[in-house]
Design a protein around this ligand. Structure first.
Ligand code: ATP
Ligand code: MG
Length: 383
């Protein structure tokens, strides 16, 4: 019997999950999303929608009554309410795992206790505590809000003593931690999945380039030697073994100059750095996530072709409705816009996948092509 899937969050990740679900009608008959924005991207893609806050208890319970399986595309869901939901509805990844991951300090403690390397970190209880502990790592250090951070908005880099107090004030009232600054040579990530039968699969490690804390470009595969790539994939597998629950996870890592691989953070959901899989891989991360939570055998994670994904962010000098975005038709180039009518500076509005369909393996040329296509896109107001 096909299942009804409930998703907490109906942004672009939910939208692409809905699209994947539509290609599996024998397994999923309907998708319902819970999202506060009316006509959210996932609803435009065909999901039914409950309009409510992600943490709204009544709305989550309502979603659970209408669904056979619940999953999420954001990590800020209400793990307590999710934990309290009763059978027959199942929630994956498990709410207990969500609870650990939601708090960066708990997450890093959990990883460290399981023998998985992370940057050095300490909890911060007060301004005095911060002043005392700041010296333990040497400048710069990162002050991080432990919860509800995204796109680097919960991070502040403290470069000297003079910045300690203002950094603390920025997150005052929130739980905080500090982290040693990692002078990494590359940021990489692995999309890993585990199904309800504990089968685990990892995608090849990819390289991520950020700009102003937001992912800009993903390069698949990462330009690192095979030894480091194997280490990263092994770390991802080990992480999946210790985390409970099924689903696709995005595991962000740093590669240090000494070739050590450290986990930066885990996203308990499909991840921006996995968007290339839509065309580059045997199985997209979205289908993989659905296979994982439905208890189906996981799909092949083989990279069919090298690929570069370039995010399309809202331009800095423009906000509001914009004319439809189009690009010239080219072999191996895929534009995906996210059904978001309103542009805002730095808002994720779409992405471009450039797939190496001719197998040139010329990554510089792929990056260059993606960059040129991005530059050709102009946002114009819609009157
Ligand atoms: P996201 O951008 O994935 O939504 P976020 O807001 O939760 O995540 P982090 O992933 O913690 O933030 O950090 C954002 C970026 O800041 C990282 O991708 C990395 O470039 C940089 N960063 C984070 N922690 C460190 C560190 N300890 N040392 C150096 N750079 C770091
Ligand atoms: Mg991150």
């Amino acid at each position: 019997m096909p299942k009804i899937l409930g998703i907490i969050g109906g942004g672009q990740l939910g939208m692409m999950l809905v699209e994947a679900a539509k290609s599996m009608p024998e397994h999923i008959s309907k998708v319902i999303v819970l999202d506060p924005t009316e006509n959210c991207p996932a609803a435009i893609a065909g999901a039914e929608q409950i309009v409510a806050d992600f943490k709204d208890k009544n709305a989550i319970v309502e979603l659970s009554l209408q669904s056979d399986i619940i999953t999420y595309e954001i990590e800020s869901g209400n793990s307590e309410v999710l934990e309290s939901l009763k059978a027959p509805v199942s929630v994956n990844p498990s709410p207990a795992t969500l609870r650990i991951i939601q708090d960066k300090f708990m997450q890093k403690t959990f990883l460290k206790e399981n023998g998985i390397a992370v940057p050095d970190f300490l909890p911060i209880e007060s301004l005095d505590d911060l002043k005392r502990k700041v010296g333990s790592f040497g400048y710069p250090i990162l002050l991080k809000a432990r919860r509800d951070a995204y796109d680097g908005r919960g991070n502040f880099k403290i470069e000297n003593e003079g910045q300690i107090e203002s950094a603390f004030r920025l997150f005052e009232g929130k739980h905080m931690m500090i982290e040693k600054w990692v002078d990494f040579k590359m940021e990489v990530s692995v999309i890993a999945a585990r199904n309800t039968n504990d089968e685990i699969a990892t995608y090849p490690v990819v390289e991520n380039i950020h700009s102003e804390n937001i992912l800009e470009t993903t390069i698949a595969p990462a330009r690192i030697d095979s030894k480091i790539a194997n280490d990263a994939e092994d770390i991802a597998k080990k992480t999946m073994e210790v985390l409970h629950g099924a689903g696709a996870f995005g595991i962000e890592m740093f590669v240090t100059h000494g070739n050590q691989v450290l986990i930066n953070e885990i996203a308990p959901r499909v991840h921006n750095s996995g968007h290339h899989t839509l065309q580059s891989s045997d199985t997209s991360q979205f289908e993989q996530h659905l296979r994982a939570i439905l208890g189906l055998p996981l799909g092949s994670t083989r990279l069919k072709h090298y690929a570069v994904m370039r995010n399309i962010l809202g331009p800095k000098n423009f906000a509001g409705r914009y004319k439809p975005i189009t690009i010239e038709n080219q072999k191996g180039v895929y534009l995906k816009m996210y059904n978001k009518n309103e542009a805002k500076p730095q808002r994720k509005l779409g992405h471009i996948n450039v797939i190496d369909v001719d197998d040139t393996r010329d990554i510089d040329a792929l990056i260059d092509k993606a960059e040129k296509i991005r530059d050709s896109i102009k946002f114009e107001p819609l009157h």
